[in-house]
Design a protein around this ligand. Structure first.
Ligand SMILES: NC(=O)c1ccc[n+]([C@@H]2O[C@H](COP(=O)([O-])OP(=O)(O)OC[C@H]3O[C@@H](n4cnc5c(N)ncnc54)[C@H](OP(=O)(O)O)[C@@H]3O)[C@@H](O)[C@H]2O)c1
Length: 222
């Protein structure tokens, strides 16, 4: 299996890359804006440097990696923390750009190669906030809700090309950054990167062939 993973160096991405290595994927391309020298811990892992904030960079990455069986789109992030009344245009736009438009550009660029696979899979990571909006998280929640709509649309459009598209929605992930930001929280309630990675590996494999357009919560106890 050849896999393209975006957001591959992040708190979640590191565990996801390792899980795909452990499962025996033959080639794993991991995208981030920058990778430290020596990031290729395995000859099956290929770090790719690209800023996926533009359509042209997404197209360059798709061309560079060639035929892939699965696109695991982890790219995303969070800005906000203010009510709608105080949300700036730039914070609003930043969330839509990072969580939605980059996904649209990456999916569009990857679809021709995924069609060639005959069993291509798109797997995206959204957020619990997509389904259960939270006060002060409007731009984030809206961008992730729209990502769900995008995935469900692709699932309908591409099913006759053998492509499936599914999305998982984590609550708070137990990453070092979150532990630092919320030192008094109950970390045991959070969902671990390994737990999400295991689900993503299963979704990328043949066992999930009949699952399409699924929106899968993975909340732990958070
Ligand atoms: N952390 C949580 O609690 C949580 C909860 C629910 C959902 N999620 C979702 O889970 C996903 C992964 O989260 P995470 O915590 O692993 O995030 P993270 O630690 O911030 O990692 C983000 C990853 O994306 C890359 N990246 C950021 N901007 C980029 C750009 N413009 N072009 C290319 N790569 C870029 C980063 O590498 P560079 O900086 O080198 O580019 C990094 O590899 C996201 O979609 C997030 O919204 C996270």
């Amino acid at each position: 299996m050849n896999v393209l993973i975006t957001g591959a160096s992040g708190g979640l991405g590191t565990a996801v890359v390792q899980a795909f290595l452990d499962t025996g994927a033959s080639t794993i391309f991991g995208v981030a804006r920058s990778w430290p020298v020596g990031s290729a811990a395995s000859d099956r892992f290929h770090p790719v440097e690209a800023d996926l904030g533009t359509a042209s960079e997404c197209e360059r990455v798709a061309k560079l990696v060639g035929p892939v069986d699965a696109l695991v789109h982890l790219l995303g992030g969070f800005t906000g923390g203010k009510p709608v009344s105080d949300t700036s245009d730039s914070d609003w736009q930043a969330m839509l750009d990072l969580n939605l438009t980059a996904a649209f550009h990456m999916f569009r660029a990857a679809l021709p190669a995924l069609r060639k696979s005959g069993k291509g899979k798109i797997i995206a990571v959204g957020s619990k906030a997509a389904m259960e909006p939270m006060a002060n998280y409007s731009a984030y929640g809206v961008s992730k809700a729209a990502l769900v709509a995008l995935i469900k649309t692709i699932a309908l459009e591409e099913k006759d090309h053998g492509i499936t598209a599914n999305i998982v929605l984590p609550s708070i992930i137990d990453t070092p950054i979150n532990r630092k930001a919320m030192p008094k929280a109950d970390f045991s309630a959070w969902v671990t990167p390994q737990s999400i990675a295991n689900l993503l590996v299963w979704l990328a494999g043949p066992q999930s062939a009949d699952l399409n357009g699924a929106v899968i919560p993975i909340y732990g106890r958070a």
